[in-house]
Design a protein around this ligand. Structure first.
Ligand SMILES: C=C(O[C@H]1C=CC=C(C(=O)O)[C@@H]1O)C(=O)O
Ligand SMILES: [Mg+2]
Length: 428
């Protein structure tokens, strides 16, 4: 690419400077950001695609990193990318609890326009080292190859918790004694699938995103190890200046065989008291937490979100934030919502930490991007950790008074159905 030669020439001739941050932007012709990232051999590798394919970002390498959702004053105009896990008690060591990076190289697509951006940042190391690291990365860039998915087939499946353990957990949460203090806990399951062949997380995500185009699609590969991928329907929040949009997304039914059947099921979803409660508890908790950070809050009419295999209840919430509120405050206030944690929050998180037999890590974490002007976070559900032949799928279900263990177990299966069907094509 001629542009890369231009960029290398700029870097080699760069005069000494006191600037903390330098960046160069080049419009480029690249029609497949995921395939471009897939070809690369350096790390970290991050990918985000907005709902409905409006915008995409592929990130390679890191110019600076931090373990909080705060932008230092020296970097005031940048966008940082990353996220934080579900909570402090349940971590994946390779991911850390919270990690945001300023990319070294970033490809962004808005509609048909793709821009390559390169950053140098002297907050952690001097300019000469930054230039040398950047040139090394540019030398190692690879040409992309087409993405071809072959279903690897599933050799074995291990659910954690087992159905028997799940039954016990659900029954405990639904018991009158527990309900007296904790109205909702979102219990979850890890399903470990060992496949017949190696699973390429990029190829899997590329297929998965075609089936759930109205979701946020993401990939995190911090180093040459497991990749965390997903197609999540849930927005944590979108902030544009002081305007915030968030949502209560909770309550699920499997889709029907026809649009007519979907319509009937949507009506059932809207009128089922247990499902309504599942959603209402999320709404109430978000409204409660927004109070301390907002000047004004409003809600839209409740509706139904249609995904590939399932339907959800969804209620959008708008807020106008107090002037001093920053993203770290918002994350602390909102995350984890009772769509993935429970309510009251601390009691639900304590129960999850005690009872769940695996580490949630970044499953149900807050992932996305932040800048002074705008920030956008999704909740990392409908997600998978991919390493070698193994795919670990995550799914949770909101347990409230009246939840039935077998129905909720089936709901977990419905939530992993889309990605499962890609791994095992004969699965029904
Ligand atoms: C926790 C998950 O889903 C949440 C989001 C939407 C609907 C949910 C439900 O109906 O239980 C869950 O609260 C998950 O998919 O892992
Ligand atoms: Mg549910």
């Amino acid at each position: 690419m001629e542009i890369l030669d231009d960029l290398k020439a700029i870097l080699r001739q760069l005069p000494a400077s006191d600037e903390t941050l330098m960046s160069w932007h080049f419009p480029i012709k690249e029609n497949n950001l995921l395939a471009w990232l897939h070809a690369q051999t350096e790390f970290p590798q991050l990918y985000f695609s907005d709902k409905d394919d409006q915008a995409e970002t592929a990130i390679l390498g890191c110019a600076w990193q931090t373990n909080s959702a705060e932008i230092p004053p020296e970097l005031k105009d940048v966008t940082l990318y990353g996220g934080q896990g579900f909570d402090l008690r349940s971590q994946w060591p390779e991911f850390g609890h919270c990690r945001f990076i300023l990319p070294r190289l970033k490809l962004t697509r808005q509609g048909k326009h793709v821009v390559l951006t390169c950053y140098l940042c002297t907050l952690s190391q001097d300019l000469a080292t930054e230039i040398s690291d950047c040139l090394t990365l540019l030398e190692k860039l690879q040409q992309k190859t087409p993405l071809h998915w072959q279903p690897p087939g599933i050799a074995s499946r291990t659910d954690s918790p087992s159905f028997e353990q799940w039954q016990q957990q659900v029954n405990t949460v639904c018991s009158p004694a527990f309900q007296q203090h904790t109205a909702k806990v979102v219990l979850s399951r890890s399903t470990e699938l060992v496949c017949h062949h190696q699973v390429d997380p990029f190829l899997l995500l590329a297929r998965w995103q075609t089936l759930n185009a109205n979701c946020f699609q993401f990939l995190f590969r911090w180093h040459d190890g497991p990749a965390f991928i997903g197609c999540t329907p849930e927005r944590l929040y979108l902030r544009s200046g002081a305007r915030l949009t968030t949502e209560a997304l909770a309550g699920t039914m499997a889709r029907g065989q026809s649009s007519q059947e979907d319509e009937t099921i949507s009506q059932d979803l809207l009128h089922d008291p247990k499902i309504h409660r599942e959603n209402q508890l999320v709404l109430d908790d978000i409204l409660h937490h927004l109070k301390s950070v907002s000047l004004d809050v409003g809600i839209d009419k409740i509706g139904v979100l249609k995904l590939n295999h399932i339907l959800h209840l969804k209620q959008r919430i708008h807020a106008y934030l107090k002037p001093e509120v920053e993203d770290q405050h918002l994350l602390n206030a909102l995350h984890p919502t009772p769509a993935v944690g429970g309510t009251p929050r601390q009691a639900a998180l304590d129960f999850i930490a005690e009872q769940e037999p695996y580490s949630r890590g970044w499953y149900a974490g807050a992932i996305g991007m932040l800048s002074r002007k705008q920030s956008h976070f999704a909740v990392a559900i409908r997600s998978a950790l991919v390493a070698g032949n193994t795919v670990q799928l995550f799914a949770g279900a909101g347990i409230v008074k009246g939840s039935q263990p077998a129905e909720e177990w089936q709901e977990l299966n419905n939530k992993i159905a889309t990605v499962y069907s890609l791994l095992e094509p004969t699965w029904r």
